[in-house]
Design a protein around this ligand. Structure first.
Ligand code: ADP
Ligand code: MG
Length: 692
């Protein structure tokens, strides 16, 4: 069980918490995992055996610092430290270092997990040697070329997947970003300076060239190009290569070739060679060196701050944006990636102070936990293609069902205008009674039949309405001038009630039912407006028009409640009947000689009810009959659907058995090319329309 580095004796020294930890390679989504920390000791003939001791399990380092005698015999100077790590690599070959530190991270990248491997330590301790290695001896090649080799080897081992590999090489020097692969002819000069951009997919460097590599050799030549540029730049730009951070990134994208799956995975492996961690600022350096030291000190201490924040579960904010290094690595430090820190140290006594500082950094890093997760994405184009395939397959399956049920020539495509027109005609003929029944073909057709019923119904409603409009004059309820004229004419009172009604319920006028219409029809086609104007003219004379002159036969009038506020409602006032236009004998007693008032039509629903009871009774009867027939057929269709579903279930079972047989045969070494597709389809019966 891992323990954190803890000062052995000093009570005031830093204390570290112990966090639960899972073993490398057991990364699952949602499993928290510690950052793995390793220490590599640079081989030396002058190893400080007295001061540096490794634990028996090779997972800890004890440091013993000789007491500073100048400070006197009694002082509080701490002299012993113990650091627990995931492994100490002493005199380890490049091969062993790769196996221990990088192999799993790279392997998991092809399964969609991001990975970061970082080398930290003072200048000369072996960071670049570990990361890049030397070119003179193939055996001394570092993590970078080996990772590329592993990626391409794994691609070869996975012919079932289409895997693309891209690489980029970034250098951060004095808080400026440099593209180490920008010299390649096809990249072209970068016009705008590179910037760090964050989006939901992660962090990327705008302006940094990313190169597709289809084979190992391409990747190697890119790596070589980058390394050369790093060296050239250190001469031409007078920059010390150990004072810059270098990030080589391998981007992997994995698509399945066999599954035609729309899902694909992406990952990136960041291989980071950090600048020397020694604190140069202290030693009175000036000019360029001081500037470099300031930047290095800053970026490394920001890195440390970010790591402390990442290690502290209570901290919500991690200061990633304080410098280019942490900002660039924002989604590669902690988060969902596999992370490894390799601390390079000297084994000599003279470097012990820096070694101690490097080990402290390592133990802080060990507190950080990450939650490795697969980066899954969806290929929209592939998704559409798959759905199209699925659709075609379902149609085929339906065709099979149809032929089994002796139903031929059934078309499941959306209906065109001609087909819809045909259904409309069928519905009309059916309603007229010239067609006995409408054959049920499929669900789509049933839906369209209902749809056309609705169309015909609403057309009939409109016809009824326009028939009413032809007979009656309509007044817009908001047309106050017309209304007041009506009021003056005595048709309605000021509250909008019909004159003669005991209690009007609002502004609305009814109509005399058809059956109650006066027998005689007027030959005069004088409209109500004309009447109004004529009454207005009369008003100008001595005798104002009596309301009774335009009396409504109230006993036969229906009043409807006013509609909602703002609702424009027409008031219809029946044209005056012949009798009402006839001049009244001036001496007739008013009650007896009161002419029938022009009546107004009832509201639409009432008129429609009347229509159904009278003129439209036959149509209504046919309609009701048809509705019940349709309901009966719907029931039958639903039964058929259930039968189809049962057959489908049977097919599924058979298919499963087939698959089982297939896998059995495959296990027995037989190759079978017959595949059975699973078709997740289900027929659902439509809900019957509410009976009304
Ligand atoms: P850094 O990058 O940390 O500044 P380098 O990797 O450049 O240090 O190492 C400095 C020198 O030490 C190089 O010449 C390198 O070849 C050598 N060196 C470092 N580590 C080892 C090692 N483990 N085995 C052999 N040589 C090493
Ligand atoms: Mg270096």
């Amino acid at each position: 069980m891992d323990e954190e580095a803890a000062p052995k004796r000093d009570k005031n020294g830093p204390k570290f918490h112990c966090l639960p930890h899972s073993t490398q390679g057991s990364a699952r989504m949602g499993t928290r995992k510690k950052v793995h920390t390793f220490v590599r000791v640079k081989p030396t003939d002058d190893f400080a055996h007295e001061m540096i001791k490794y634990g028996d399990d090779n997972k800890s380092i004890d440091i013993h610092l000789k007491k500073d005698t100048r400070r006197g015999v009694v002082n509080n100077q701490q002299t012993d430290w113990s650091f627990k790590l995931d492994g100490v690599l002493h005199n380890a070959s490049q091969d062993l270092v790769y196996e221990t530190v990088a192999k799993d991270v790279v392997a998991q990248a092809l399964d969609g997990y991001n990975g970061t491997i970082m080398c930290y330590g003072q200048t000369g301790a072996g960071k670049t040697y570990t990361m890049t290695g030397t070119t003179e001896n193939y055996k001394h090649r570092g993590i970078l070329p080996r990772a590329l080799q592993q990626v391409f080897r794994m691609i070869e081992e996975r012919p079932t997947h289409a895997i693309t590999v891209r690489v980029s090489y970034l250098e951060i020097y004095n808080e400026s970003l440099f593209d180490l692969l920008s010299t390649l002819p096809y990249v072209g000069p970068s016009v705008t300076p590179m910037t760090i951009v964050e989006n939901p997919q992660g962090v990327f460097i705008k302006g940094l060239s990313v190169h597709l590599t289809s084979q190992e050799e391409d990747a190697f030549s890119l790596l070589f190009e980058g390394e050369t540029n790093r060296i050239i730049a250190s001469h031409t730009m007078n920059k010390n290569s150990s004072r810059s951070h270098c990030i080589f990134t391998i981007y992997v994208e994995v698509h399945s070739r066999t599954l035609s799956d729309e899902k694909y995975i992406t990952s990136k492996i960041n291989l980071v060679d950090l600048a020397g961690s020694e604190r140069l600022g202290k030693s009175g350096s000036e000019g360029r060196v001081l500037k470099e030291a300031t930047y290095i000190n800053k970026s490394l201490s920001f890195l440390e701050q970010a790591i402390i924040a990442l290690g502290d579960q209570k901290r919500e904010h991690v200061p990633f944006r304080q410098c280019k290094l942490t900002h660039t690595l924002k989604d590669s430090l902690g988060g969902n990636c596999n992370m490894v820190l390799l601390t390079n140290i000297y084994g000599e006594a003279a470097q012990l102070e820096e070694t101690l500082s490097s080990l402290r950094f390592a133990s802080r890093m060990k507190l950080v936990t990450t939650e490795p997760a697969i980066n899954e994405k969806y290929d929209a184009e592939r998704m559409v293609k798959n759905l199209e395939k699925e659709l075609a397959l379902l149609k085929q399956e339906l065709a099979i069902h149809d032929s089994l049920a002796n139903r031929t020539l059934v078309n499941y495509d959306p209906m065109d205008e001609i087909q819809i027109a045909e259904i409309n005609s069928q519905v009309r003929r059916y309603l007229e009674g010239t067609l006995d029944e409408i054959d049920i073909i499929n669900l789509r057709q049933i839906q369209e039949v209902f749809n056309q019923f609705r169309v015909v119904l609403s057309q009939q409603e409109q016809e009824v309405e326009s028939a009413l409009r032809r007979k009656y004059t309509l007044i817009d309820k908001n047309d106050f001038a017309a209304i007041s004229a009506v009021q003056k004419a005595g048709l309605v009172d000021v509250d909008g009630h019909l004159v003669g009604e005991p209690d009007g319920q609002g502004f609305g006028l009814g109509v005399t039912p058809f059956s109650a219409k006066p027998g005689k029809k007027s030959k005069s086609k004088k409209t109500f407006k004309e009447q109004l104007s004529s009454s207005a003219r009369k008003e100008g004379a001595s005798s104002p028009v009596s309301g009774k002159e335009l009396d409504v036969s109230t006993s036969k009038t229906q009043l409807t409640p006013s509609s909602k506020e703002g609702d424009v409602k027409d008031m219809t006032i029946r044209e005056r009947e012949t009798s009402s236009t006839e001049p009244l004998p001036s001496d007739s007693p008013k009650e007896e000689l009161r002419p029938p008032r022009p009546s107004t039509p009832p509201p639409k629903p009432v008129a429609f009810e009347d229509f159904k009871n009278e003129r439209g009774s036959e149509i209504n009867r046919i309609f009701k009959e048809n509705k019940s027939i349709l309901n009966e057929r719907r029931k039958r269709a639903s039964e058929t659907t259930q039968r189809i579903n049962a057959i489908k279930r049977e097919m599924d079972v058979t298919k499963e058995a087939l698959n089982f047989q297939k896998s059995l045969r495959e296990k027995q070494g037989q190759v079978d090319h017959v595949t059975v597709r699973h078709v997740p389809c289900s027929f659902t019966s439509q809900r019957a329309p509410p009976n009304s």
